[in-house]
Ligand binder design. Structure first.
Ligand code: F6R
Length: 247
């Protein structure tokens, strides 16, 4: 895997956007995999700027988001649908019908997961997947111990993830206990993956994922087996790495 160490969060976001913009210009009908959380917000801001100022075109793009909380409606401010609309989709020229986010309100959550897999397959698979990483090494909501061949599924969130995400909710007791998530096997089928991490809280997870053994106990370490992955990390996030990497 390729590792790029940046001096700041802003530089990290710019590096991610360089890859996204290049791929979008090469393939206007690109299929993007997207993430939520704090980390990609700078990337989305810069994509919006490129759209508004330089005409980066999303009109033929299709997107699939990694995950969604179970039980939250799309209008709930902490739902990932709401997050994506506010932080990206409402500001660019993407067709809303081409933006796919798992429904946390589906009556049959398992059927929703199966239909999501079918939608990814009929779009031709994901060309470029953006990922964040949890402090426990999770990718999407695939917590430590998730099978590496897992497909989109319903998960019980780890206590550490509930704690990490409580900052987004008024009251920690409001954090949903379950979510729907792309599986590790689903993510590994993306043709290219960019993982972003920033801050010292991610340093241990980054070191374990990049330099540790490939193990289901650290879901992001499985990315070592993917042919085209770039980790873009700020200095704090990279502080426990021992190797020499591109800066
Ligand atoms: C979000 C997601 C999660 C986050 C991870 C890091 O769609 O899949 O795996 O990427 O929890 O979250 P932040 O960026 O808030 O630190």
């Amino acid at each position: 895997m390729k590792v790029v160490i940046c001096s700041s969060y802003e530089e990290e976001s710019m590096k991610a956007v360089e890859i996204f913009a290049r791929r979008m210009r090469e393939k206007p009908n690109i299929v993007l995999g997207l993430a939520t959380g704090g980390t990609p917000v700078g990337t989305y801001k810069e994509l919006i700027r490129l759209h508004k100022e330089e005409g980066l075109d999303f009109s033929q793009a299709t997107t699939f988001n990694l995950d969604e909380y179970a039980g939250l409606s799309p209008s709930h401010p902490q739902s990932y649908r709401y997050f994506m609309d506010k932080n990206l989709f409402d500001e660019i020229n993407i067709k809303k019908e081409n933006t796919h986010i798992l429904s946390g309100l589906a009556e049959d959550l398992e059927a929703e997961c199966a239909s999501f897999e079918e939608r990814i397959a009929s779009a031709g698979g994901i060309d470029l997947q953006l990922l964040g990483i949890g402090s426990n090494g999770h990718i999407a909501f695939n917590e430590p111990g998730t099978a590496r061949n897992s497909r989109t599924h319903v998960v019980d969130l780890a206590e550490s993830t509930i704690r990490d995400n409580a900052r987004f909710f008024d009251d920690p007791s409001e954090v949903p206990r379950q979510a729907l998530t792309m599986g590790i096997g689903t993510i590994m089928e993306a043709r290219e993956i960019v993982l972003l991490a920033s801050g010292g809280g991610k340093a241990r997870a980054i070191a374990n994922s990049v330099e540790g053994p490939v193990t289901e106990e650290v879901p992001a370490s499985i990315l070592q087996d993917h042919a085209c992955v770039t980790f873009i990390v700020d200095k704090e996030g990279a502080s426990l790495l021992k190797g020499n990497y591109q800066t």
